[in-house]
Design a protein around this ligand. Structure first.
Ligand SMILES: Cc1ncc(COP(=O)(O)O)c(C=O)c1O
Length: 379
């Protein structure tokens, strides 16, 4: 099997991740659920994971690292915990449904949203963000890397625009966390939503929301916090007030091992390797007659996500045949992001086929995948 669906979930994981999940599950204990040794040990393990995430993403206070179930969960908390009726948000028309749908739902609650277009390569023009600012603007919310076009948005520039305007910047880093060096303080990011199971190499069912100390967030889910139990109102304290319910300790332990791997190899080196693979994939596919490749021209402007269509074939057929005949695993369709396909022009085809290499992909696997697409295109 040639696994090229790392944009959905990275696979395989580093060996240390499998070991950490197993060990945490066998150890037992949940943070804040008792004063016994198992609960305390689990609490220390989760605290170390928070400290690692804060360090990796340049956040000063590890208590403001909130563990969630997914990037979707993180984005819902960021938007619904921050915005109030009357607030204005600037976003793009090319957001994943994880950001697009909660924002659309909030429009019904009196929050106004400006949906900016992206180019036919998937890129956002920061000048349009500047023009869209209003006195009521509270938030700029967008993705760092697109899960369809692979386009990398100019986050540091958006951070500067947000700083000057006195508004917050929320970044959906689902596709970039762990791969593209991201420093919240240096890039002016106030809220960073990440999946734990993609570039951070942790297990599915894990996600993170990192919140800058300048942001006043309200919990959106009530329940047990371990502490402050006598009080009926949900305590808005970081991180417990935002993590009600028993934590996914095995998942977080696996995520911590994934982050440790990323920090040891360094995001710079992971990015270098993935960019090399993406360049080879792009070059190979672009040479094929009848194959249309989407997204920014240069690998430097994109994540290792390559979407394409084969003339005369439905993207779903490409997905099926690539796996059946060549053992290549990728993902076809709209990728939960119809707006990105609309901008690229692939919406009428029902989307595109997407191949996404990861850190463990080899150059030979890329060559074999390109040969597979070449055979399909040459029928
Ligand atoms: C850009 C982007 N945002 C959000 C998500 C949602 O991530 P999760 O499945 O962890 O909720 C994804 C997942 O593919 C994504 O690519």
């Amino acid at each position: 099997m040639i696994y090229l669906d790392n944009a959905a979930t990275s696979h395989p994981k580093p060996e240390a991740v499998y070991r950490a999940v197993d060990a945490a599950l066998r150890a037992g204990g949940s943070p804040g659920r008792g004063g016994h040794s198992l609960a305390l040990a689990a609490g220390r393990q989760v605290l170390r994971a928070r400290e690692a995430a804060a360090k990796l993403f340049g956040l000063s206070d590890p208590a403001r690292v909130i563990f969630t179930a997914s990037a979707t969960d993180s984005l819902n908390l960021a938007l619904k915990g921050l915005l109030k009726p009357g607030d204005h948000v600037i976003t793009t028309r090319a957001e994943h449904n994880a950001l697009r749908r909660p924002l659309a739902a909030l429009e019904a609650w009196g929050i106004s949203v400006t949906w900016l277009p992206v180019s036919d390569r998937g890129l956002l023009d920061p000048a349009q963000v500047r023009t869209a600012l209003r006195p009521s603007t509270r938030l700029i919310a967008t993705h760092h890397g697109s899960n369809v076009s692979g386009a990398l948005q100019p986050i540091a520039e958006l951070g500067e625009i947000a700083r000057r305007a006195g508004v917050f910047l929320l970044v959906d880093a689902a596709q970039t966390a762990g791969v593209h060096p991201t420093h919240m303080a240096q890039m002016g990011i106030h809220l960073l939503a990440a999946a734990g199971h993609k570039g951070l190499l942790g297990p599915q069912g894990t996600g993170l929301l990192l919140v800058d100390p300048a942001v006043d967030l309200t919990p959106i889910r009530e329940g047990g916090t371990g502490a402050n139990s006598a009080q009926i109102a949900q305590p808005a304290i970081f991180p417990d007030g935002f993590e009600s319910g028993t934590l996914n300790v095995p998942g977080i332990a696996g995520l911590a091992a994934g982050m440790a791997f990323v920090m040891e190899v360094t995001p710079e080196e992971i990015r270098r390797r993935e960019q090399e693979l993406a360049e080879a994939l792009l070059a190979g596919l672009r040479r094929l007659p009848g194959v249309k490749v989407y997204g920014p021209e240069h690998a430097g402007q994109r994540t290792a996500v390559v979407s394409f269509n084969v003339e005369g074939l439905d993207p779903g057929e490409v997905e099926e045949r690539l796996e059946e005949r060549f053992g290549v695993i990728g993902r076809a369709g709209l990728h939960c992001n119809p707006g990105a396909h609309e901008a690229l022009g692939s919406l009428p085809m029902g989307g595109a086929m997407r191949l996404s290499p990861g850190y463990f992909t080899t150059a030979e696997e890329i060559e074999r995948a390109v040969r597979g697409v070449a055979e399909l295109a040459a029928r």
